[in-house]
Design a protein. Structure first.
Length: 81
């Protein structure tokens, strides 16, 4: 018979919003922004349940580069280091 597993949801929430996870996400976002080129900007948001990072094209030249060359998509591997 299958055993029931009780997940510690509060523990998961604390882990996903911990300073260590936020620091790692910021590092990954900055690496992606740097690899994508000038005009890319990383920002971090810590919500109630998790932290997240986004990288956006912040200048007109960066937006053109993203639209034409997919600069952010090509730079994703930099976030894995």
């Amino acid at each position: 018979m299958a055993q029931k597993i009780k997940l510690n949801l509060e523990g998961f929430r604390k882990l996903r919003t911990s300073p260590e996870v936020v620091k790692d996400l910021e590092r990954r976002g900055k690496n992606i922004a740097a690899a994508a080129g000038p005009g890319m900007e990383a920002s971090t948001y810590v919500g109630r349940n998790r932290a997240r990072v986004s990288v956006i094209a912040n200048t007109p030249a960066a937006k053109r580069r993203e639209a034409r060359d997919r600069a952010l998509t090509r730079a994703l591997d930099a976030g894995r280091r």
